[in-house]
Design a protein. Structure first.
Length: 159
């Protein structure tokens, strides 16, 4: 078991029992073209029904998953299978492939930049002491000064 990741812990992340069962079916390295890890970052290529294997990436330190499969479940069976391989200590340590490095870099970049919607909401809630960073675009406001977000309308109820 790696860093407290057990089979039970992984299966608790499954969105439904069918995904858990399907993930268990992929929890063997024979189903994968390649697998690897570097600390708590896992990756693998799982041969699905298409011509190209699905590229699966998991960052266990932040509970982030990405898979090139068409599934709308999160995490998908491929991510679950990869984490189950890791939990069973069958994951070899190796150097991250470029597609994993790109994913991690894009996540790091996104985490560094504050959301323009957040600043718009803060302005709407009258926090004048917070300054908008120069690099952020102005908030998108509708003519009635409502934020262009379905969720923003619910904030008015809580003022």
């Amino acid at each position: 078991m790696a860093d407290g990741w057990t089979t039970d812990r992984v299966l608790q992340l499954a969105p439904d029992p069918a995904s858990a069962k399907a993930g268990q079916g992929l929890a063997t390295t024979r189903k994968w073209v390649s697998v690897g890890c570097d600390g708590l970052v896992l990756w693998g290529e799982c041969q699905g029904s298409g011509a190209n294997p699905y590229q699966v990436q998991v960052d266990l330190s932040q509970a982030a998953y990405k898979c090139s499969c068409p599934s709308r479940k999160f995490p998908c069976k491929h991510s679950l299978g990869l984490m189950l391989i890791f939990a069973a200590a069958q994951m070899p340590a190796s150097v991250k492939p470029p597609w994993v490095e790109q994913w991690l870099a894009s996540r790091a970049e996104r985490d560094r930049e504050p959301s323009p919607v957040l600043y718009a909401w803060l302005e709407k809630c009258s926090y004048p002491h917070l300054e908008r960073p120069a690099q952020l675009p102005p908030p998108m406001l509708a003519p009635d000064h409502e934020l262009l977000s379905p969720r923003s309308r619910s904030f008015d109820r809580w003022k």
